[in-house]
Write a protein that binds this ligand. Structure first.
Ligand SMILES: Cc1cc2nc3c(=O)[nH]c(=O)nc-3n(C[C@H](O)[C@H](O)[C@H](O)COP(=O)(O)OP(=O)(O)OC[C@H]3O[C@@H](n4cnc5c(N)ncnc54)[C@H](O)[C@@H]3O)c2cc1C
Length: 307
């Protein structure tokens, strides 16, 4: 696992150096009756700022790119694909030809729906709300597994300027009203009513079957491939790694002596770098779910064994 981070270290270093928000070492992982600290390095940054950092990295390199374009249609041609995009600003059309497509268009991926029609992933639901208290408060960055929600959780991550990134990650197959649940936690921990209009929800997919994530010359990466951690729901790292592996797979395919298909190469690489992490997340989820009485104790033991 370390070696993949080393290979793409340059990009991560740049992101870390450019970012303005805080580095942290400790999550407080909390339940109704106990808590423990999880020590790890992580960065808390608004999604929009993070995307801008990535975009800036791309802008520093001499790579053709289009911003504000939605892909509306893809036509298979003799030599590859023709992608037809629409500029959001004025609805004008842009056409790009490509030999390969690496799909990084998220959970609702148009490319997956068009070319991988039978591919569907299990998912959990998450919500997010940026809370800006009127006065300075000091609530530690926390993941809270209250009895009402385990093995789902409520999170509150302290950002710059006294802003908290808060959210709820529901357990799988949980049909509780996520707004009600999020609002309940905002009132319990911050005495604050969650404004409905500033609250949004998303699906977080999880998938460890890597056998169908490429066909012909198209590869699915990130959320389009369902590569999120089932236990905690993180997927940014996996999205970046799978993007890198997709490029490596295409390079391998282009080698003269290669006899494998793109799907076989990509599956092998994902198995090498992501299978263990994603499978462990699924196992952790199942284990802690089945140990409701000592949910946090079980989770703490698993975390201590893996770091
Ligand atoms: C509330 C919430 C909190 C999360 N917190 C974390 C966290 O703390 N840490 C973590 O690691 N992960 C977190 N995740 C998961 C993480 O956000 C995703 O796993 C990650 O963003 C996946 O990256 P991606 O590039 O595959 O897809 P996305 O980030 O979804 O990006 C897809 C992009 O494709 C674009 N797109 C879609 N369709 C088209 C089209 N037709 N044409 C052109 N462009 C298109 C979209 O506009 C979007 O910009 C969280 C998710 C949620 C919902």
């Amino acid at each position: 696992m370390n070696s993949i981070y080393k290979k793409i270290e340059f990009d991560f270093e740049d992101i870390i150096n450019l970012k303005s928000t805080n580095h942290q070492q400790t999550f407080v992982i909390k339940g109704s009756d106990r808590q423990f600290n999880y020590n790890t390095n992580f960065t808390i940054i608004k999604r929009v700022d993070f995307d801008n950092l990535l975009w800036k990295q791309l802008s520093d390199k001499n790579i053709p790119k289009f911003e504000g374009v939605g892909i509306k249609k893809i036509i298979e041609t003799k030599t590859g694909y023709e992608l037809i995009g629409e500029l959001k600003e004025n609805k004008s059309k842009i056409t790009v030809e490509a030999k390969y497509i690496i799909a990084a268009d998220g959970y609702s991926s148009y490319i997956r729906r068009s070319f991988f029609k039978n591919l569907k992933f299990n998912h959990r639901i998450a919500s997010r709300y940026y809370y800006n208290p009127k006065t300075k408060i000091n609530f530690p960055t926390s993941i809270i597994f209250d009895d009402e929600i385990i093995p789902g959780y409520f999170w509150a991550f302290q950002m710059d300027n006294n802003i908290y990134n808060t959210g709820v990650y529901l357990a799988e197959n949980n049909d509780q009203n996520i707004y009600e649940m999020h609002n309940y936690f905002m009132q319990k921990y911050f005495s604050h009513i969650l404004p409905k209009k500033e609250f949004s929800t998303w699906s977080i997919p999880y998938n460890t079957d890597f056998s169908k994530l490429a066909r012909q010359n198209i590869i699915l990466t990130g959320d389009a491939a369902g590569l999120c951690d089932k236990m905690f729901g993180h997927g940014i790292d996996n999205a970046i790694i799978s993007g890198y592996l997709a490029i490596e797979s295409i390079c391998k395919l282009e080698e003269k002596e290669n006899t494998y298909s793109l799907s076989e190469i990509y599956r092998y690489k994902l198995s090498q770098y992501l299978l263990e992490t994603l499978s462990n997340a699924e196992k952790t989820y199942e284990t802690v779910k089945n140990n409701k009485l000592d949910f946090l104790g079980t989770l703490e033991t698993i975390i201590k064994q893996t770091i």
